[in-house]
Design a protein around this ligand. Structure first.
Ligand code: ADP
Length: 484
């Protein structure tokens, strides 16, 4: 990575127990820039044995880390956050190179990632227990909150930094230790986080990063009895598998899985605001976020005007290499992602959908895809049921509020939903009727460290961020003190 100001942020080895380490086998995996196809470098191909050692190191580091005062842990995590901000230019370049998102978005994610560390450095100081009025006069009831223990995290490629700090921030602040397996496509952001954790004073073994075989690492992480908790962000299929694996040792799990977000535009919406929100919620990260709108449900009175304005806005989005100039849309992560988007579009068109703009691979080649808007989409199409994870806005038409709610909830997912309306009574009615963990009302942007992020139904278990996020890394211990 020649273009980094601080070249020691670029590591091609794993960080285990405070040391930069290669795989036992010496094997490595290539890491590719999705915008250019060029090889950026390699990372170790580790498996179960290396994972076991990382977990044992996390176990060994636990007693002294949890014994520190919350203030001491907080100061270290706060320093880690400051280092992310200080190095945000380099971290953004690294992220764009491996992930493809435009540099401005990569910088935005780095600031967002730092904000979780800052937030939880503070929250860690406010882990209060309880004293409960007793049921018997000779007893006292006290509730302690204790760290869960050794945690493991498996994270995706769409937010290579923030999905790690959103887990590691609360875990470390609560007094837990953690081993992270980042996505194989985006390991360098994770390894740079490890470098900065080291500089911030996070002790050896408290935060380790391991790369390699997902199945091998995942099997050890979910079966090792030293591990008390798994926190995962990724697809619903893999989440279910990991949850089943964790059942064998009854580990706690937090899962942030797929979504199928509806974006409802009622006739009374502010049209320009709805279009702006639609572009942000759909095309951010080239449609590759779990809270990206997947289905646009538009009321019949505003349908044509919304379709026209959205098409205009989408047709001027600049597609290109995220490291270059004014790019607003980077490439998709890989060719499999391109094929899924193509399959969804072909299925819609075969069943009567119309392409208003885009609809095919971009002239730039590789995994670039044209930002797309489709009209005439109906519930029998793949787009209605599956998460597309690409730059495609499918427009469904509805007539009544009841119909919109029914369509919105007609999915096994329940992560994010969005709607636009200026009628306060309707805002409350719809907000209460939709079965989603996150509801954006007259906004397309809902992510912040201060609010609880997470899904209902098959979109997940638990919440990340906010005062609720740290609870996921705490156990409740009840003391019953008798003999008063
Ligand atoms: P996505 O590719 O959409 O992010 P995945 O669920 O495939 O979703 O990947 C999320 C993370 O889960 C990645 O780090 C990936 O390597 C990991 N992963 C995939 N399959 C397994 C598995 N069987 N066991 C453990 N981890 C896995």
């Amino acid at each position: 990575m020649r273009i980094l100001k601080d070249k020691s942020l670029f590591h091609q080895l794993c960080f285990i127990n405070g040391a930069w380490t290669g795989a036992d086998s010496g094997e490595a995996i290539d890491v590719i820039n999705p915008a250019t196809g060029e090889k950026l470098g390699t990372v170790p191909k580790m498996g179960g044995a290396e994972t076991r050692r990382a977990i044992e190191a996390a176990h060994a580091a636990l007693p002294s880390w949890r014994a520190r005062t919350a203030q001491e842990r907080s100061a270290i995590i706060r320093r880690w956050s400051d280092l992310l901000l200080q190095h945000q230019d380099d971290l953004a370049v690294l992220m764009t190179a491996e992930q493809g998102k435009p540099l401005a978005e990569a910088r935005g994610e780095t600031v967002y990632a730092a904000s979780f560390l800052e937030w939880f450095a503070e929250e860690g100081k406010r882990i209060y227990g309880d004293v409960i009025p007793s049921h018997q006069s000779d007893k006292r009831i006290v509730v302690l909150k204790e760290p869960v223990g050794v945690c493991v995290a498996i994270t995706p490629w769409n937010f290579p930094s923030a999905m790690i700090t959103r887990k590691a921030g609360p875990a470390l602040a609560a007094g837990c230790t953690m081993v992270v397996k980042p996505a194989t496509a985006t390991p360098y952001s994770a390894l740079a986080l490890a470098e900065l954790a080291r500089r911030a004073g996070v002790p050896a073994g408290v935060f380790s990063v391991i790369t390699g075989s997902a199945a091998g690492i995942g099997e050890e992480m979910t079966s090792n009895p030293l591990v008390r908790k798994l926190t995962f962000t990724g697809s619903t299929d893999v989440g279910k598998k990991l949850m089943a694996q964790c059942a064998r040792t009854v580990k706690k799990v937090s899962l942030e899985l797929g979504g199928n977000a509806p974006f409802i535009v009622f006739d009374d919406a502010d049209l320009d605001a709805a279009v702006e929100g639609a572009v942000i919620s759909k095309y951010r990260n080239t449609g590759q976020t779990c809270v990206c709108s997947n289905r646009f449900l538009v009321q019949e009175g505003i349908y044509e005007r919304f379709a026209e304005k959205l098409t205009q806005a989408v047709s001027v989005l600049k597609v290109g290499d995220g490291l270059k100039g004014e790019t607003q849309q980077g490439p998709l992560i890989d060719m499999a992602a391109v094929e899924k988007v193509e399959e969804h579009i072909a299925d819609a068109v075969a069943k009567g959908g119309r392409i208003l703009v885009g609809g095919k691979r971009h002239a730039l080649g590789g995994s670039f895809f044209e930002p797309t808007v489709l009209a005439g989409v109906t519930p029998d199409m793949l787009l209605a049921r599956e998460e597309t994870f690409g730059p495609v806005a499918p427009l469904f038409r509805f007539r009544t509020e009841e119909e919109a709610i029914q369509l919105a909830n007609a999915t096994e997912f329940g992560l994010a939903a969005y709607f636009y309306s200026r009628d306060m009574a309707r805002v409350w009615r719809v907000a209460e009727a939709v079965e989603y963990g996150i509801v954006g009302i007259n906004t397309g942007l809902i992510s912040t460290a201060v609010a609880p992020f997470g899904g209902m139904k098959e979109s997940g278990i638990g919440r990340e961020g906010s005062k609720y996020g740290i609870e996921e890394f705490l156990e409740i211990k009840y003391l019953c003190i008798g003999g008063m």
